[in-house]
Design a protein around this ligand. Structure first.
Ligand code: AHG
Ligand code: MN
Ligand code: MN
Length: 313
């Protein structure tokens, strides 16, 4: 049966859900236990590692190891692939704590993950999977615990965390078609550094939308799934300090962009990268590859995609 949930998958998911609850627990105690600061290390992205980034990575990895279902993990917090069980069935791509700049203010953050399956027909080559090979992806809001989950071709679903720690009340998520609730979400401080065609599009269209930006992809995208519109993190190509340019954008393809792109698609939305290619079609060349992203309601994303493709033709 299509999408039949195998025992292996249930065991894996059980561990992911438990890890999310543990992250929530540590998050809730982070201010009082002095865990809101930095570790004093720089991660593979060249970004400061917060104590909660490290704690969350350790919690998720512990769960994935315990599940015995995982061959290999790609985490934002580790440069190299983490090999777990050579007899496992799954590849995991994780951003254990998304929105680190919110931690010290005790504002919401997220945990993002994508899952791909090993090659079941022959030798596994450990290649990096494109989003269209993910069998599922998900994101947890922390501290509310709300869990949004997409199963490939099975829709996008949202679960609430009950008082007794159960994920309950599944509800299908469909991004609204009506522009009435649509919002735009982007870091407006970067506007003058975006490619000209993106600036032109935004200058012409921003007033058609409401505007919200929380500074965490998980949080901003959570809201976008409810209201529709578009979240974008375009390349930064004309910063006045050229060292601050990011020609491939900031967000990471495997454990940020592809994760939300699958959630969006299963909710009726769409996502393209900075070249106008569907995010789910991009085959990663590098584990920590960055990507520009435009994700949200299909008609809005198709509109900016046409602008990008035209400018680059
Ligand atoms: P992370 O905390 O996992 O490093 O991710 C931060 C990302 C993403 O969550 C967010 O959308 C973006 O950084 C915000 O970047 P700016 O502060 O440049 O707007
Ligand atoms: Mn992130
Ligand atoms: Mn992160």
């Amino acid at each position: 049966m299509k999408n039949s949930r195998t025992l292996n998958f249930i065991i894996l998911m059980e561990q992911i859900l438990n890890a999310a609850k543990s992250i929530q627990h540590y998050y809730n105690l982070s201010a009082i236990s002095d865990n809101i600061g930095e570790v004093g290390e720089i991660n593979v992205q060249g970004e400061k590692v917060m104590k909660l980034d490290r704690i969350s990575h350790d919690l998720v990895l512990h769960g994935l190891r315990e599940s015995k279902q995982v061959m290999e993990v790609t985490s934002e917090e580790e440069e190299e692939a983490i090999r777990l069980n050579k007899d496992g069935r799954y590849f995991l791509y994780i951003d254990p704590l998304d929105g680190s700049s919110n931690i010290k203010h005790s504002l919401p953050v997220g945990f993002l993950f994508g899952i791909a399956k090993r090659n079941l027909d022959g030798e596994e080559d450990y290649s990096l999977r494109a989003g269209n090979e993910f069998i599922a992806s998900g994101m947890f809001m922390i501290p509310s615990g709300i869990f949004t989950f997409a199963l490939r071709d099975g829709g996008c679903w949202r679960f609430l965390l009950s008082e007794s720690g159960q994920y309950v009340r599944p509800r299908r998520v469909v991004m609204p078609e009506s522009p009435k609730s649509w919002e735009l979400s982007y870091n407006v401080a970067n506007l003058s550094s975006y490619p000209d065609e993106v600036q032109g599009w935004l200058n012409a269209k921003t007033s058609d939308f409401a505007f919200r930006y929380a500074g965490s992809l998980a949080v901003d995208f959570h809201r976008l799934l409810n209201n529709g519109g578009m979240f974008l993190y375009p390349p930064i190509v004309q910063h006045k300090d050229p060292k601050k340019n990011r020609p491939d954008g900031k967000l990471r393809l495997m454990y940020e962009c592809a994760v939300v792109a699958l959630l969006a698609r299963e909710a009726g939305g769409f996502a393209v990268d900075h070249k106008g290619n569907p995010v789910l079609d991009v085959v990663p060349q590098n584990r920590h590859q960055r990507s520009g992203i435009y994700v949200g309601s299909t008609s809005v994303v198709k509109d900016i995609q046409a602008t990008i493709l035209k400018a680059n033709s």
